[in-house]
Design a protein around this ligand. Sequence first.
Ligand code: GDP
Ligand code: GDP
Length: 444
Amino acid sequence: MSKIPNVVIVGRTNVGKSTFFNRLSTDKKSIALDEEGITRDFIKEVITWDSTIFNLIDTGGIRFKKTKDPLLEKVRAVAEEQVKTADLVLFMCDGTVGPLQEDREIARFLRRCAKNVILIINKADSLATQANLHECVTLGFSNSITISAQHGTGIAEVLEAIIEQLKQTTEPAAEEKSLYSVVILGKPNVGKSSLMNLLAKQERSIILDMPGTTREALSQDIQFYNKKIELVDTPGIRRKRCVDGTIEPLMVKSAFAALKHADIVVLVIDASEGDFVDQELKLAFYAFEEQHKALIVLINKQDLSTEETQRTLDLKLDEYKYMFKHIPLMSISCITEKNTGRILPLLDTIWKLYSQQLNSDEVTKLFISKLTKKPLFHLSQKLVVYSVEQIRTAPITLVLTVNNPAWFKDSQLGFFENVLRAEYDLKGVPVKFIVRAKYKRLAV
Ligand code: GDP
Ligand code: GDP
């Protein structure tokens, strides 16, 4: 899985970071970083330019000097981490005033901590900038571009420079991972560990406790047709429930962590109970819909299933039909080993579907022709798709270039997803859409 590179904008207040950011983004989004006590939002947007995709992150006017205020210190530490892990930093300064003490502090910090920096000298529309250009260059970054965020000059040049840098620093996407990760999810006693042991025994070659994961999640590598698969059990979910029947938030957190690294989620249900708990189901569908993981459902303990449990289970499955319609279900028994020989081949098929590369031209034609036959409207305005490009596999990630991204909400994207599912085999695998406006090349 290749990760989307992060490009972080850094600079003191008032240099024009938001103006620049808003030029590049079409739809502003703020993400509260997943850190306790962090109230400040970092602004993040996915940008595509010439088939390259990256996250643009605005750290705001963060000071990089240590402070005594614990909250500010936390915010600073998060911003510092962002800079340290960024693939590229855009360091913006204000050309009309030249470098101030604070700019020099930031520059020092970046020289120490950032991998790649482009200096952006903003406000080139002002005459004063010419006089200060030389001063800005003394900040000590060889790569610098002069722009006017307000007037849009130099923006294309910055984009080209970003793409150029990212090409040099990020690894090309692997054709196919040799190792994919499968997480087994289910409430206590449904047979998760029995299943793990069985699968490991079937194709036993390596059984390996991953360092540091033995306490949190039980993980084994197994070999199947020359492919290494990592199997992870989720013991977090196994611990006992709270008195009110809900799963402790902490446990859910631990299951979340396991899900985050998974490619495929296997939800195990106990057939003998004729029922399943919504919590596990919610987690599984959260993984599928929100985290874009592939999903299969195994109905275990088939040997204990009776007519009565089968009937109640069928009813329950029917209740969730709308969720299950894209998901493969298989009945198994870890005791009689019914169907257990079919699990690894099923995982293998799902992995192939999950990591498939669709033909972008074909998908573009498909969407355009469907829209011609069945136009979609926002109020009275027609939704237009100009092109579709698959920029990633596992999960299949499609960038739709459209007339107005704000008109492409869940229900419209659901339409395109159905079109895609009718045309391609996507059983058990999600599709991720990124919607972008058509960029006009800006004058440099
Ligand atoms: P931030 O605090 O770094 O996010 O800066 P803002 O984007 O809020 O901009 C600060 C001020 O500088 C605003 O009044 C902007 O209108 C102005 N500004 C931003 N870019 C330019 C530019 O290219 N030229 C000029 N003249 N002013 C700009
Ligand atoms: P986990 O808590 O989900 O990991 O569940 P375990 O694998 O520990 O299994 C719980 C119990 O169910 C054990 O006593 C297993 O022997 C039993 N079990 C697992 N799979 C099956 C099955 O297919 N049929 C029957 N009858 N029992 C099973």
